[in-house]
Design a binder for this molecule. Structure first.
Ligand code: SF4
Length: 103
């Protein structure tokens, strides 16, 4: 049986572990590297301003990961996961040729 004193000693550690697990979720995912084969094939850039506009004629100002339907990061976050890059995250201001307007 857990005494009141033991309970009081356990609670702070349990709470900290729960919080750590929660904040580690998206923030711990590695960033997509522009040089990764898949990223390069899609023309991914961490900054949409650096998109290859000559190669990707479909690029238009205002397109970036934050406005893309495949971006699953939090609104206002600097980075987040993308459905095309499982287990990694992209920058909110990034872009690739698979950009699709968020519904
Ligand atoms: Fe960004 Fe969308 Fe391309 Fe993913 S699919 S990298 S969210 S533009």
């Amino acid at each position: 049986m857990t005494s009141r004193r033991q309970f009081i000693q356990i609670v702070p550690f349990a709470s900290a572990a729960l919080l750590a697990g929660r904040t580690a979720f998206a923030a711990d995912l590695p960033m997509v590297d522009e040089k990764d084969a898949q990223a390069a094939a899609l023309g991914y850039v961490a900054d949409a301003a650096k998109a290859d506009k000559a190669k990707y004629k479909n690029f238009a100002a205002g397109q970036n990961c934050a406005t893309c339907q495949l971006f699953t990061g939090q609104a206002g976050a600097a980075s987040g996961p993308c459905k095309l890059f499982a287990g990694k995250q992209v920058t909110a201001k990034g872009w690739c040729s698979a950009w699709a307007k968020k519904a």
